[in-house]
Design a protein around this ligand. Sequence first.
Ligand code: DAH
Length: 350
Amino acid sequence: MNETLKSFLEGLDGLTLECEARRGQACSLKDLDALRVEFLGRKGKLAEAMTALVRMGPEEKPVAGRKANEVKAELTALLESRQAELEAAGAQGALAGFDPSLPGRRPAPGSLHPVTLAMQEICEVLTGLGFEVVAGPEVENDWNNFEALNMPPDHPARDMQDTLYISDSVVLRTHTSPLQVRTMLSRRPPVAVIAPGKVYRRDSDITHTPMFHQIEGLLVDKSVSMADLRGTLTAFVRQLFSADTRVRFRPSFFPFTEPSAEVDISCMLCGGSGYIKTDPCRVCKKTGWVEILGCGMVDPNVFRAVGYDPEEFTGFAFGLGVERVAMLKYGIGDLRMFFENDVRFLEQFS
Ligand code: DAH
């Protein structure tokens, strides 16, 4: 065999042996990379050995080339198996500080929002009194939200509500009262329904938020009287707050009821005295009473709008703000707490 070829082949076998001996000394992926460059890089040992190829004749060249390819594959395999060893050791190293006996992190359990809780409690009491829960859309047409409720386009009562308009005739409902209209359009008396839900107004300050929650109530039948209204609402607030809560009906005005009233209950913080020891009560502002809802006898014009005969039927309606009830029931002093979603506040209701 040609001398050049012989020493070339021996040299290549030497490369494999050397790599086999040195790969164990590579103790990190960085070391191993340096080794790869040294043997297989563009200016590495294998590349250098291959420069001898140009000095070979046509007989030797293919033999030398084949051997070079074999050695390249051997070197690659040697380095790759070392890489796998190093990676496995690294993973074990990461596990070395792991103590499986330590307690895990518990996921914090969620809790119902106080507004949801108040809503549920109110609905529970009222369904217990025989009312059925109904629902309707938050995007409402002008007719259901205003006109059928005895508020024609030029009615001054529309000023009472700062309305968010979607278009000239479509609004975000400003109250849950359109559910009175929707219910009466789809049913004949007797009806006894409540409608809990979100309502929207263009209002935002310390005591007003652009979205809040109301619950509407409606009862229509033959010969429903103001006495039924008083009896029902008195039973309702006494179940919701406490049996010794005092209730008073104060004359008021709403376009969709006649007569209308606002209901006050004795302040639960100061017990109705207006003072806590000698300090004026901050909840009722010394009056001993807090307002909790609006109500009245359904106006005959509302009955006419939905096709009920006001000579045949009478009824009462009421509407209450859920945030207000939640503030009174849970002693929350600031409306904004409901919407900040601070977990330190919310988790107190779990
Ligand atoms: N819709 C009224 C409001 O948002 C609340 C209300 C008052 C509803 C009297 C009623 C009612 O059904 O009879 O201010």
